[in-house]
Design a protein around this ligand. Structure first.
Ligand code: NAD
Length: 381
């Protein structure tokens, strides 16, 4: 089969779904590779690098879509891109099917198979294809780097001839994949790091990474805010009050807050209120990784960096992975080639779309002219 990658057309998107390295691996599975001219440039991969890896260069997106059997992308397709899909063609991309129902129907009507990378079941066997995790890991890391870039002091404490410097204090709210990456980055830079999550089972992971888990003044048996599948459930009003009271107590002492708290299929919970921002010291920084879903901080403005009246910088960027496009493209392209490895069981360049396979079934949202989302619950965990 011919695997093809067009240039991303979402404004400012620097990632690319195929790298010279992933193309080499795809060719070992018996596939040919094609990429739109210039598609990898913003991620640091020139056309020459692809050519050296045996990848054909398509002059335009149109030529690419016409020639490829499987199209691989980062961002969900636009309507115009779906219009380019042909019967029997496969698209592998982030898709967010619940939010893009019309596009999904349109793809099914065109007879294309769509594999949504954001729908890969989060089971051990599928970790190598878990693009949500690989991108969240980068976002968590980059959030700390971005915070440091906007913070006027060191992370680590120092005693120098010119004076003693206290370590920065970092609070990470939400210790899922992004939060744990932020904790790891902040502690490795030498900050004193605190973390909170409604799921008490993550306390051990937080502590093993050198951070201190923040416990609430709340009945122990009511501490559990876990939902299903390792995700959080919405908090009770009492729990939320206890959480906000703890954050209010911490706010004057914390230099950097990284918020990552999300609940499936809901707006992000508002956890860092205006009075907490006001209680922080000037020069403090908040990075709100939940900005795309409404933000965890009341004052966050999506895709912007603002400074509050009392001098606290609040960052609401939603493109952290794209800001590290070489790294994120490398990991995302690897996620895709692992998906293609499962779709090419004989390593002979032919795709077998096995809808009995939990991982392939879970991620496939259109197939055989029909919408196949949502998938049935997985048989194995
Ligand atoms: P997420 O992005 O949905 O949420 C981020 C974090 O915010 C979660 O840890 C959640 O508990 C927390 N949160 C929600 N409300 C909060 C509140 N009010 N205050 C503080 N924190 C709050 O989560 P994610 O990073 O996608 O991870 C979700 C789960 O999936 C985790 O249990 C993770 O270990 C699991 N996971 C498993 C696999 C696998 O087995 N292959 C891969 C990735 C993730």
């Amino acid at each position: 089969m011919k695997i093809g990658t067009p240039k991303e057309i979402f404004e400012g998107e620097a990632r690319v779904a195929m790298t010279p390295e992933s193309a080499t691996a795809l060719q070992k599975l018996g596939h040919q590779c094609i990429i739109e001219a210039g598609a990898g440039v913003a991620a640091g991969f020139s056309d020459q690098l692809y050519e050296a890896a045996g990848v054909e260069i398509a002059p335009t997106a149109e030529a690419l879509f016409e020639s490829a059997d499987v199209v691989t992308k980062v961002r969900p397709p636009t309507e115009a891109e779906v219009e380019r899909l042909q019967k029997g063609q496969t698209l592998i991309s982030m898709f967010y099917p619940a939010a893009n129902e019309n596009l999904m129907k349109q793809a099914a009507e065109r007879g294309a198979t769509v594999v949504a990378m954001d729908m890969v079941p989060r089971i051990s066997r599928a970790q190598k294809m878990d693009a949500l995790s690989s991108m969240a890991n980068i976002a968590g890391y980059r959030a700390v780097i971005e915070a440091g870039n906007n913070f006027g002091r060191f992370f680590t404490g120092q005693v120098t001839a010119a004076g003693k410097v206290p370590p920065a204090k970092v609070l990470v709210v939400g210790a899922g994949v992004a939060g744990l990456a932020a904790i790891g980055t902040a502690t490795s830079l030498g900050a004193i790091t605190y973390a909170f999550d409604v799921r008490p089972e993550v306390a051990e992971q937080v502590e093993s990474m050198g951070a201190e888990f923040v416990y609430l003044d709340f009945e122990e048996e009511q501490q559990d805010g876990s939902g299903t599948g390792g995700y959080a459930a919405p908090s009770s009003p009492e729990f939320r009050e206890a959480q906000l009271a703890k954050f209010r107590e911490l706010a004057p002492d914390i230099d950097i807050v990284i918020t990552t708290a999300l609940i499936p299929n809901r707006e992000a919970p508002e956890l860092w209120t205006e009075d907490m921002v006001q209680a922080m010291k000037p020069g403090s920084v908040i990075v709100d990784l939940a900005a795309e879903r409404g933000g965890n901080c009341k004052l966050t403005v999506m895709d912007e960096k603002i400074v509050s009246e009392n001098g606290v910088t609040i960052i609401g960027y939603t493109d952290f992975a794209s800001r590290m496009a070489t790294q994120s493209s490398t990991l995302y392209a690897n996620n895709i080639r692992h998906m293609l490895a499962d779709l090419t069981p004989e390593k002979d360049g032919s795709i077998v779309h096995d809808m009995e396979d939990d991982v392939i079934r879970g991620a496939t949202i259109t197939h055989d002219d029909a919408v196949t989302f949502p998938p049935p619950p997985p048989k194995v965990q």
